[in-house]
Design a protein around this ligand. Structure first.
Ligand code: CAA
Length: 260
């Protein structure tokens, strides 16, 4: 399928690693409605594609994404916003079962920071800047920033970033636990693929249930989360991959996972 604002490569790296690149460079990958709708549809396609195990989502060196498209939103009324419900695409992206790794270089601001946080892991270049600057244009984060940022970095820093629009650089983002690693700019995509490859070796069915279980920690009590985790653990004993993985351990050989 041909997209206007993103490029999609289902077979970017051997071993089932797909790559989606946001492709509105002149606008610093500002997330207009069309781009988000394309992204949703591409991710849903890759989620169904059995050859794909992990998805890497990147922008370019200058920008992952500089936020929702301010020019597209500027003249809208509250009712327009309600009717269009632009963040409903984000709900669909949240339901993607396969792991998504954000490869971030340059600006990850507003919706761009929120999109990176909607992914499961973040690899950043040394030039990455994360921020929720919506307050500077008279609004506030609307795609999860007040919730996911607070859970990731804690109240003090999240409050400061959301109320002042202050950016943090990649080193600070790493120190406070927002991202997984920081690498020189020329390596950010390669490093994201490397991280993806480490995940893609594992059983695809176990990966999905493990992702689902980690995410459950964000919206459940400890008791409920533990219960959910245990059910998913037991459920994996219905898979061939569990038999293969444990048998391979016993036979001291590498497992061959099938995703079944
Ligand atoms: N929406 C629309 N266009 C944007 C944009 C955005 N979020 N961010 C950048 N652009 C456009 C600029 O208007 C400019 O276009 P023109 O050349 O046609 O003027 C082009 O991208 C390049 O941007 P700059 O010239 O501003 O580049 P810079 O290097 O001087 O500054 C920047 C970079 C600091 C990121 C600056 O562009 C900026 O502050 N962008 C807006 C950041 C922002 O406020 N994001 C939050 C948006 S609201 C939101 O995301 C809500 C939500 O919760 C989902």
């Amino acid at each position: 399928m041909q997209y206007e604002f993103i490029t999609v490569n289902p077979d970017a790296q051997p071993g089932g690693i797909a790559h989606i690149q946001l492709n509105r460079p002149k606008e610093l990958n500002a997330l207009n409605l069309e781009l988000m709708s394309e992204l949703k549809s591409a991710l849903q396609g890759l989620d169904k594609n059995e050859a794909v195990k992990v998805i890497v989502l990147s922008g370019n060196e200058k920008a992952f994404a500089a936020g929702a498209d301010i020019k597209q939103m500027a003249g809208k009324s509250a009712i327009d916003m309600y009717e269009v419900d632009q963040f409903s695409t984000w709900d669909a992206i949240k339901k993607i079962k396969k792991p998504i790794i954000a490869a971030v270089s340059g600006f990850a601001l507003g919706g761009g920071c929120e999109l990176a946080m909607l992914c499961d892991m973040i690899v950043a270049s040394e030039t990455a800047k994360f921020g929720q600057p919506e307050i500077k244009i008279g609004v506030m984060p609307g795609a999860g920033g007040t919730q996911r940022l607070t859970r990731a970095v804690g109240k003090a820093l999240a409050m400061e970033m959301v109320l002042t629009g202050k950016f943090i650089d990649a080193a600070e983002a790493y120190r406070v636990g927002l991202i997984n690693r920081v690498v020189p700019v020329e390596l950010f995509l390669e490093e994201a693929f490397r991280l993806a490859a480490g995940v893609a070796e594992m059983s695809p069915v176990a990966i999905k249930l493990a992702k689902e279980s980690v995410l459950k920690a964000f919206d459940s009590s400890l008791e409920e989360g533990l219960h959910f985790e245990r059910k998913n653990f037991y459920l994996l004993f219905a898979s061939e991959d569990q038999k293969e993985g444990m048998q391979a351990f016993v036979e001291k050989r590498p497992p061959v996972f099938k995703g079944k």
